[in-house]
Design a protein around this ligand. Sequence first.
Ligand code: FAD
Length: 402
Amino acid sequence: MSGHAIVVGGGIGGLAAALALHRIGWRATVLERASALGEIGAGMSQAPNAMRALDELGVGEQARAKGVPSYSAGNLRLPDGRYLQRARPGDVTPLLAFHRADLHGVLLEAVPAGWVRTGAEVTGLRRDEHGVTVTWDGGAASADLVIGADGIHSTVRRVWWPDASLPRFLGRTAWLGVTDTSAIPGGSEGSPGTITTPPDGLAGSVTMGPGGYFLIHPISRCRTYWAFVTTADRPGLRYEQEKGEVARRLATWHHPIPDLIEATPDEAVIHIDIRDLDPLPTYVRDRVALLGDAAHAMSPDRGQGAGQSIEDAVVLAAVLNTEPGIEAALARYDAERRPRTQATARGARADGRRTTSAAAYRTLVTMIRLIPAPLWRKGIAAEGNATWRWRPPRLPEPTPRS
Ligand SMILES: Cc1cc2nc3c(=O)[nH]c(=O)nc-3n(C[C@H](O)[C@H](O)[C@H](O)COP(=O)(O)OP(=O)(O)OC[C@H]3O[C@@H](n4cnc5c(N)ncnc54)[C@H](O)[C@@H]3O)c2cc1C
């Protein structure tokens, strides 16, 4: 079966979907509301499950060349710098950290030329006799299938799933930044495609304080992504000096946290509220499928949101390639993806509650400390947990670029 799909949204999920469709011989039109393509924001990590999905899309090697191994899952620290768990020199980590723009760029580079249309904000959808017609300011187009990959505040979901609830504020907020670390001791450790040694300092860590945690990922030589996730009473709480606020809260935390914040330009400090989506009863309706955050926006605490969107893309293409019709394929997509993504979102929400709860802090720290180091290391190895063990269905070899 082949056909034409309209993909709404040109983020990581939308581009992965377009690329996956290309692999099975479909055509796709990606409609992106931004006037220029690219990812704003800071960094992210990708676990083995997402890397295998990227391999299936034919861009695993390109992605690995941009990603930097991060020991964030191996180095758990307290604000005074002591380690609860510590990676050893020579340990291999399966986590790769990226600047968002770099991972997005790898996908964009692989999508056939002319498939992405920018400045096209989709406002409506309607069923027609051939498929679905999508409208945007100044245009309309029809396709056999529409994929809503338009993020947590998805228009496709609002229009086609009017009964779905709005994203929910989780009582948490985060400051993020990307810092040039050349002036910080140990700051030039991270380098794409290499294993950094020793696994310490800026090679990736999570520092757990009462009521919040600080994450460090190296994303290239002399560039580090950091994030501080903590509780907030209400959404939309903003500060005149965002950098000053986060620096004040973390002034006594261990090196290099205060230095990292200090070295970040004021305007590069991003402050966001954390929301997720209550589970939808289905990701498919008629000829419309939701993918990525539009289907299952999750809190960032398991570092899985974008990875799950890449998995979605591979599975959707695989079922379109093997099932006899679009309806049957979408039913299988929903059956395969909903349980896994909703379980991951549930887990992320629970992790987030645990790691930012001041009341549960002492218990959490004691529990982590009690886990024997070999057991901890086993849990964060490539095959160490069910989420990371996932394997993608096979897609056909790439067809020539069109
Ligand atoms: C603090 C934080 C840290 C995170 N860390 C990680 C991590 O380490 N690893 C990980 O895998 N994930 C992480 N995530 C999650 C990840 O960012 C998201 O899951 C991922 O970006 C979702 O991709 P997407 O393509 O589904 O949606 P988006 O990235 O939101 O892309 C949606 C696109 O659709 C476009 N769009 C929206 N509406 C319309 C419209 N009406 N018409 C046309 N275009 C439209 C938007 O402009 C955008 O380009 C993190 C998230 C946060 C908040």
